[in-house]
Structures are given as structure tokens and as C-alpha cells.
Design a protein around this ligand. Structure first.
Ligand code: F6P
Length: 402
């Protein structure tokens, strides 16, 4: 087993909370084991251009200046897939770059796309360990950044309630998450959203409208100041009635993914169309002293795209600790000759890991868990289903009572 003395660190894909904790954790663990760590800047772009770069060494003082609690990454990012680089000598160029800097291995923090590039690099003889990172929470393992994002979605959505109630508006809050709905689901639950729409469920817009109408009107009728609102959190990957993903403009990122956005404005228009055809709003608005002919005849709906805000700013303590575990564990794995794997976590004396090919298989929201929350009256864009749990005791025995 060749000794690992110098390691490059790459962070890649969409940035999020916890990446700086990964870098700091790796650097500090490295120092403890006489392994030097270096930042390879701007993701795989930096890796390909290593030959012409000077690398920042993360010694104790440099590590000290990396603030684990802020999102983003000191290392910088790009969305580049190595296999797509036209240059036929790209892998040789990368190897020469690693040799130039005497880098024995790389730690790569990223999501499924990044993980797939890592598998490619491993297949070309480059030693790497993967630290799971994505705000989308759609890997098989926990991924650093998700907790921070969910907290931010919850906070921003909750904050929006004040303006919703003040203007009697319904709000449609659109959040990142690509083709899985984990962050919308968990952020929406935490924010007491009335309706949560995720790509895992085909939306029945009739159901959404009926739930909106009932909830909004009930809130209005029971308010002594005639105030109401209704909050929908929608994942960007939800499809329209025709089963299509929505995009404001057909653009593809450099990794080859379609940029998704616009489902919130589609949902607003859908609900407005229903309201225009529903005479009950005029009656309710007149009864409640809200009606102004031609000007105010049914509630306003506004959409808000939280966009990159959910990945920025402060990192949760959970993500800082998980990030440090990931970075530190990656150093120890490489030192012990284990590579081509994804860190799962650290528990006591155990560092667990799985093959990266397995870690990056996309995980979707568990529909049974959604059914649990449907019991609280939250709308998920389908007719509520009945939650029929198994009860599992401390010996792992399953009972069914209901
Ligand atoms: O994969 C993370 C993510 O935040 C997705 O949820 C979102 O679709 C995408 O990145 C946005 O990417 P970019 O910052 O490149 O526009």
C-alpha cells in the first residue's frame, strides 16, 4: 500500500451548507496524521487545469480561516463532467497535474453527478473518496447541506406567512430539489404549509383547489379581522397537467441538466382559473366585507421562488458536524488504502462507507411517510390516503393493530 502524504480537495455541483466543514475537517484530520491537504479550485475545472495552477495548502493557519458555519465553499465550484471534455487526453492531463503537485489522492464532496465523475476517475486509476453532499437529500446516504436547506426553506416559508395573512394572499413557494421532493416535503412540514407538492406524486389540481378553497375560507370565516392565507410549498420538479416539467427558458447547465423553474407560476394560474369560474367567491367576499366590484372579487395568489437562497447563508450545526465527520473520515479511509467509496458516517469507533456507485442511486420521498402527514390534513395534491402503520417493538417484532 503506497503511503498517502498529499491530498487534494474538490467540492463540486451545487454549493450548500457544510462544504467548508468538510474542507476544515479533512485539513485538521490530515494535520493530525502528517498528511498535507490542498484546495483544488473550482471543482473538476480546476482538476483538469491542475498543470497551470498553484494550489492553496491548508495548513493549520489556513484551516483556521475556514469558517465551517457559512455555506458556499472556499474551494469554489463548477458543473463540469470530465467525460464530456472534448480533449481525448483529458485523463492523462489530469494524472500529470496530480503528479506535478505530488497529490496521491483526492477527496471529492458532491452529489450524484459529482459521484458519477468520481466513479469515472476511479476507473481511470485515480484514488478518490467521496463525501456525500447535496441539498436535494436524494442520495442513499445522508448528504451534507440538506439539513441547512430544509431549515432555510422552513424559515423563509414561515416568514412569508406574515405578508400572506396581511394581504389575504395565498402563496406558492417554489424550492430547488431537482427530481426528488425531500426538501420541499420536510421544509413544508416544518413551516406548517397547507399543501406540499412533490415530484413523487402526480398532482390532481382539482384536489389542490378544493383543499385551498376550504382552508382559505375557513380561516377567513373564523378570523375576527377577516384575514386569511394559504401556503403551498412546491418542488421545482413537479410536473404540469400535461405531465411536463416546467422551465422559464430552455437552458441546460454544463453538466447536461435541464434547469427547472416556473411550476409556482403555473400553479398560481391554475388556481386563478378555478377561482374565476367559481361563483362562491363573490358570495363569500360580499358576506365578509371584502368585495369591491371589478377590483377585488377573489383572493390574490403570489408565487415566490426561493432559488439559491436555500443553499446560501448559515449552515446548521448538524451539517457542520456531519461535514467535519465526512472530511475527517475521508482522510482516514485514504490513509488506510480504502478508496472508490462514499462516507456514510462516524459512530463511535466505526467509520462506515459504501461503494460510490451505490451511494449515488437516486432516492425518492417515501410515499408511506407522506400518508402519515396526510393524517394531519396536509394536502399533497392527491386524495388523502389512510395511514396503516406497523408497530415495531424493541425486539424488532412487528404488530398490526389498525
Ligand atoms: O442539485 C442542487 C440544486 O440546487 C438543484 O436542486 C437545482 O435544480 C440546481 O442545483 C440549481 O443549480 P444551479 O445553481 O447550477 O442553477
Amino acid at each position: 500500500m503506497s503511503e498517502i502524504k498529499r491530498i487534494g480537495i474538490i467540492t463540486s455541483g451545487g454549493d450548500c451548507g457544510g462544504l467548508n466543514a468538510v474542507i476544515r475537517g479533512a485539513a485538521r484530520m490530515g494535520i493530525n496524521h502528517n498528511i498535507e491537504t490542498f484546495i483544488i479550485p473550482n471543482g473538476f475545472t480546476g482538476l483538469y487545469n491542475l498543470n497551470m495552477l498553484e494550489l492553496a495548502k491548508i495548513d493549520l493557519n489556513r484551516a483556521d480561516r475556514i469558517h465551517s458555519g457559512v455555506a458556499g465553499s472556499e474551494a469554489g465550484h463548477s458543473r463540469v463532467k470530465i467525460s464530456k471534455i472534448k480533449d481525448p487526453d483529458k485523463y492523462e492531463i489530469i494524472k500529470k497535474g496530480l503528479e506535478k503537485h505530488n497529490l496521491d489522492a483526492i477527496i471529492i464532496a458532491g452529489g450524484d453527478d459529482t459521484g458519477s465523475v468520481m466513479v469515472d476517475l476511479i476507473n481511470h486509476g485515480i484514488k478518490c473518496v467521496h463525501v456525500p453532499k447535496t441539498m436535494d437529500l436524494d442520495l442513499q446516504t445522508y448528504s451534507v447541506g440538506s439539513d441547512s436547506t430544509i431549515n432555510r426553506i422552513s424559515k423563509f416559508t414561515d416568514d412569508l406567512r406574515t405578508t400572506g395573512l396581511t394581504h389575504n394572499r395565498a402563496l406558492v413557494v417554489e424550492v430547488f430539489g431537482r427530481y426528488a421532493g425531500h426538501t420541499a416535503f420536510r421544509g413544508g412540514i416544518a413551516a406548517d404549509a397547507d399543501c406540499i407538492l412533490v415530484p413523487e406524486i402526480e398532482v390532481d389540481y382539482d384536489v389542490v383547489y378544493e383543499h385551498f378553497k376550504k382552508t382559505y375560507i375557513n380561516r377567513l370565516l373564523t378570523s375576527d379581522t377577516k384575514s386569511s392565507t394559504y401556503i403551498i410549498v412546491v418542488a421545482e420538479g413537479v410536473k404540469n397537467k400535461e405531465g411536463k416539467h416546467l422551465v422559464d427558458e430552455e437552458t441546460i447547465d454544463s453538466f447536461g441538466h435541464k434547469r427547472l423553474n416556473g411550476i409556482s407560476s403555473y400553479i398560481r394560474k391554475q388556481i386563478e382559473t378555478y377561482m374565476k369560474q367559481d361563483p362562491e367567491w363573490e358570495r363569500i367576499f360580499k358576506n365578509e366585507g371584502l368585495y369591491i366590484e371589478d377590483l377585488y372579487t377573489y383572493p390574490e395568489i403570489r408565487e415566490v421562488q426561493l432559488g439559491h437562497l436555500v443553499r446560501s447563508g448559515q449552515t446548521s450545526a448538524y451539517d457542520v458536524t456531519f461535514g467535519k465527520q465526512g472530511g475527517g473520515a475521508a482522510i482516514l479511509l485514504l490513509k488506510n488504502g480504502i478508496y472508490g467509496v462514499t462516507v456514510v458516517g462516524v459512530k463511535g469507533n466505526d467509520i462506515s462507507y459504501i461503494p460510490t456507485e451505490e451511494a449515488i442511486i437516486q432516492k425518492y420521498v417515501d410515499l408511506d411517510e407522506i400518508t402519515f402527514y396526510e393524517s394531519f390534513g396536509i394536502c399533497f395534491g392527491r386524495k388523502n390516503e389512510y395511514y396503516n402503520p406497523n408497530f415495531i417493538n424493541h425486539e424488532g417484532k412487528i404488530h398490526r393493530y389498525m
